[in-house]
Write a protein that binds this ligand. Sequence first.
Ligand SMILES: [Zn+2]
Length: 456
Amino acid sequence: MQRAVIVLVFIALFVSYPSAQNRPAWLDPYRANAEKLIAAAQADQFAWDRLAELTDTFGQRLSGSDNLNRAIAWAVETMKKDGLENVHTERVMIPRWVRGAESLEITNPPHHHVPLLGLGGSVATPPAGIEAEVMVVGSADDLNKRGAEAKGKIVLFNVLFTNYGETVQYRSGGASMAARLGAVASLVRAVGPMGLRTPHTGGMNYVNDVAKIPTAAIPAEDANRVQRLVNRGVKVRMRLKMEAKFEADVESFNVVGEIKGSEKPEEIVLVGGHFDSWDPGMGASDDGVGCVVTWEAARLMKKLNIRPKRTVRVVLFTNEENGTRGGNGYRDQHAHEAANHILSVESDSGVFAPARLGFSGSEAARKTIAEIGSLLAPLGMQEIAPGGGGADIGPISALGKVPMMAYSGDSNRYFTIHHTPADTVDRIDPQEVSKAAAALTAMIYVVADMPQALPK
Ligand SMILES: [Zn+2]
């Protein structure tokens, strides 16, 4: 065993050593500044402290909430204090969904309170609630095979979490799947790895031609409990009460701050995250941290007096979670300069180790990004993974055919607290925040300053 490990270490050294020496010469003028930026990002825990200030002061930042408005005003003031340039807001109209009071109980066997979180976009129940027998299903196929049983029931989707992309369809579309078969409400096992009996909220949508039924998430533990009761032949009944509703759209704002390019200010490297959050937690990992680490790119350049040739533009997008109106609004307001975007970068998957940078774009651009990635070897982040992008940078990037990057943390840790009351700054390591800021800042600096624009 031990010898095998030693052999593996030798292989690793042999394989990685030459690539570290093969850094292309064109990067030489950027090495010193990239090293300085990386060192400055890691010299302290400034970024974590800023995240803590944001989440401690303003808490959750649901679209349309006063908290989000106050946080936006703070971000504008703070960007100005940082010395960023062209700091301003850009107005968009956003939906305002209000959760209201909500509760869930098992009425047979009597009587048990169950933790829940209504899903964003859900309608209310009648004031007395909806009480009905529960039908537990393990998949859409299972539901459709037993479709005749669904009428008048509360359908519980007890779907095991595999990955977010596969499992989230039951959160976003489960209510309409169940309503189509005559169900009166739907519940979904929280979308994430098993936590500490934590429900996860998140967005949902109704299909047009089907009745709108109320819908909520329950912890995995409670979904399993109901499943076991049903397996024993118990006719489980539950009562769901929800006051959820949409109010009229309200005004909100993307926050913009820049480092203006010294030679090609019209060419833009766009970087950001979303400033809104769901309401149960503090929106620390999703996505306060993404806002802070991308904002750091501009703050650190300003602090070290490093001004690249192209403009670095930080955007804190509003309303990603339940509307993407911020990302769409940015595209509409910047359509005239969409093609001038050289690269767009989003951080909206946390910073939990092991984290990585991902890239989507042409092979020619990937080669350049991979070469720049060699500068991140001191962070252990030199490998650029396939797949970059994000909900907020997607619209402008599609319009301008812009290459995209994403900073992504470990998905297991990320989705364990995602959209839960446990999304707080306590769970995030200051060093992981600094490392994200370091990697993003060095990458963005070189792309913004290199002689040739990144090929499209
Ligand atoms: Zn997010």
